[in-house]
Write a protein that binds this ligand. Structure first.
Ligand code: HEC
Length: 124
């Protein structure tokens, strides 16, 4: 192999590493949908908290956008239809069912209410 093609190879390798690093970083950051800003130009802090909880506790089974996976689709249309009263959805999350863990002892009532609001108002 001549010196020219050797240096070309090296350049290609050096370029490849940052590309992979950036791709991994983007993958790690690809979380649940952002909370849109409200009329005051800011996202609702309760929904921000709900998103945080969703990413840590729920996303692994229900998918980053709520579209489903190990657990069913829990996007807004779905849960608002299944639970017209948000209190019933909160009760479900607190109690769990089958493969769905019970959250009554892992999250406070306010945290459950926040993550339920996030699924009803942001996931679509
Ligand atoms: C280990 C996987 C898993 C995790 C983690 C999980 N779920 Fe579930 N979830 C399920 C499964 C499975 C079901 C279906 C349960 C059934 O009906 O038997 C379900 C059902 C639901 C339902 C009912 C959907 C409907 O249409 O009736 C809601 C609401 C829900 N999950 C919300 C959440 C929330 C909020 C979190 C996080 C706090 C969460 N889940 C975390 C697996 C999970």
């Amino acid at each position: 192999m001549d010196a020219m093609s050797l240096s070309r190879r090296r350049r290609k390798t050096r370029f490849g590493v940052p590309v992979v690093a950036v791709a991994l970083l983007l993958g790690a950051c690809a979380g649940a949908p952002e909370v849109p800003v409200g009329p005051d130009g800011r996202p609702d802090p309760v929904l921000l908290e709900g998103r945080q909880i969703y990413q840590v506790r729920c996303q692994s089974c229900h998918g980053s956008n709520g579209g489903g996976g190990r657990g069913p689709n829990i996007q807004s249309d779905q849960v608002v239809t299944a639970y017209p009263d948000p209190a019933d959805q909160e009760a479900f999350v607190a109690a769990g069912k089958g493969q769905m863990p019970a959250y009554a002892e892992r999250l406070t009532a306010a945290e459950i209410a926040a993550v339920v609001r996030y699924t009803r108002e942001v996931l679509r």
